[in-house]
Design a protein around this ligand. Sequence first.
Ligand code: KG4
Ligand code: ZN
Length: 349
Amino acid sequence: MRVLGIETSCDETGVALVDGERGLLAHALHSQVDLHEAYGGVVPELASRDHVRRLLPLTRKVLAEAGCTLADLDAIAVTEGPGLAGALLVGTSVAHALGYALRIPVIPIHHLEGHLLSPLISDPGLAFPFVALLVSGGHSQLMRVAGVGDYELLGDTLDDAAGEAFDKTAKLLGLGYPGGPAVAKAALDGKAGRFRLPRPMIASDDLEMSFSGLKTAVLTLVRAQLSLASALAPATVADIAAEFQEAVTDVLSAKSIGALDRTGLDTLVVAGGVGANLRLREKLDAAVRRRGARVVYPPVALCTDNGAMIAWAGALRLREGRVPAVASDGGASGFGVRPRWPLDSLRRP
Ligand code: KG4
Ligand code: ZN
């Protein structure tokens, strides 16, 4: 059973081929970072146009690497949402056109479900239920994952997502886009503690999070520094980056352990772009070890957006028969995208 996965929800074109028995056969990714860098963030129209340019060549590349042809495909999994409407439409249009031409099913995948299940790619023996920390540019959530399609929201951010806070802080510090890796790199040369930033809601008696106050605190700090000098000294940038990273990872680590405590589960799975943060991993490793639990990460390359997680989620849904009834008729009966799509609205079919 071979499933082609297509991801075009934001600024990465991802394509992958998964075999139900043999696992990931091939995957390819094109990042639009260079395209959007000059604007300091993703420009939706440019993103859509670039997906149009990249998707078919990447699909050919993945098939060639796996030694397969279109005729070998059994299904196509595609991100239907959430994300940028125009960008999502590129992926869904190609998926449904292929599905129609090949007479195979198209499986619409929730982007966050892709992230949630991505640790299973490298650890297929991972058993449900587990707690998932989902930290991306748009989300900071703790979920109880009981099975494919069975997700319970335990805690969420009340405002900005953790990745968004990284991105905005990077902008304030003049570090460019995407912010997470840039802040993490700058923090390597910095010292946390020279400046003090808040750990929002770390002591709240729940699993809710909030990161917009932290970003405002960085803004206040940067303004105060700029009133003393005309530009931020590299050491100051590094020290603010280090303190910011400590603050975010302290909160994420405390809330993750809180989620294990509340659910009584002993496996934590980390997914989403911020899951690539090495300081976060250090803290989670230590905290989870102290508790006698374990933490599972997808390989760093699969933390950020990619086609493999979409193909994988599609293969799991296909295997478990949890495939929504979608006609592969090239859209004659209609297909759409869901730019806003709450994950906990997914129900077991
Ligand atoms: O999951 P993802 O690739 O896309 C979304 O679905 O949002 O996550 C992207 C987010 C961005 O905000 C980016 O700055 C952040 O993940 N990120 C990181 C790191 N790598 C990516 N944040 C902190 N440290 C990193 N190493
Ligand atoms: Zn993502």
